[in-house]
Design a protein around this ligand. Structure first.
Ligand code: NAP
Length: 241
């Protein structure tokens, strides 16, 4: 049985492809999102209890291969997978979408983490569109900049003192993102370098308006064999089991 560490569009697409090929597959979700989009095939939800817990799960379920298709900013589960798979002698592949690339005319500023984004924020204007997700929001708790916050589920405090909250999940359209930016008179967009098409429309909308974008770099992660496309992961899975 192949285990997919999921929580991303790529993980769902991979699960669907493998199920279609008749590969027994279980997808694992962290359980952060209240009503997640469920992948095809079997699904389990919740943390494993660190690398040892994951190793035990691999043993108990006779897992023959693992694909870590978690989000580029989910570093702990990847480190856990690297350790558990090494201990159990289970082949491991990382499926990670490429990061976003600046185009001529883009006005991007790269920072290392949400705290650095919060420090830089006031230099770009008084009204920001924060699309960094729930987990990084505490970094903006002291900012005087008004923030339009968009998350999938309601975020926990602390939040920026002056904000409006939108609960929504992608994919987003260029027209929709442009309308949001215009309606809220946004001066600057803040994003993580999540990559992919699902949430890229905000970047195109900012580009059209010549708006600055603060981009949080991907955190460093443990080295492992990595592919960039779902098809490459399907090909790997065909030989790994
Ligand atoms: P993280 O910091 O790497 O993980 C924290 C802990 O959550 C892990 O140690 C693990 O608990 C558990 N966990 C994470 N992903 C899991 C999975 N797929 N299945 C089972 N347990 C998992 O990850 P995170 O940034 O909190 O992200 C959580 C999930 O949301 C990930 O699956 C990721 O793909 C998805 N996601 C994250 C982001 C983001 O920006 N971080 C965005 C979109 C989707 P144990 O140690 O107990 O095993």
């Amino acid at each position: 049985m192949l285990l997919i560490l999921g929580g991303t569009v790529e993980a769902r697409t991979l699960a669907a492809a493998l199920v279609q090929h008749g590969v027994p597959v279980t997808s694992s979700l962290a359980g952060r999102v209240a009503e997640p989009r469920l992948p095809a095939g079997a699904v389990r939800v919740g943390g494993f209890g660190g690398p040892q817990g994951l190793a035990a799960w691999l043993r108990d379920h006779e897992v023959t291969a693992v694909v870590d298709a978690t989000h580029p900013f989910a570093g702990r589960i990847s480190a856990s997978a690297a350790e558990a798979c090494q201990d159990e002698g289970v082949p491991l592949l990382r499926l990670e979408r490429p990061g976003w690339v600046e185009r001529p005319g883009d006005r991007w500023t790269w920072v290392d983490d949400p705290h650095a984004a919060a420090v830089a924020l006031p230099t770009f204007g008084a009204r920001a569109f924060l699309t960094t997700g729930r987990q990084g929001l505490a970094a903006f708790a002291q900012t005087e900049v008004w923030c339009l916050i968009r998350c999938v589920d309601p975020p926990a405090p602390p939040l920026p003192p002056h904000h409006e909250l939108i609960l929504d999940r992608g994919p987003y359209t260029l027209a929709g993102e442009g309308a949001l930016i215009d309606r809220h008179r946004i001066d600057v967009v803040v994003t993580k370098d999540s990559g992919g098409e699902h949430t890229a429309a905000k970047l195109a909308a900012a580009h059209e308006r010549e708006l600055p974008v603060i981009v949080v770099r991907r955190p460093p992660r443990v080295a492992m064999e990595t592919v960039r496309t779902v098809q490459a992961a399907v090909d790997w899975a065909a030989h790994a089991g």
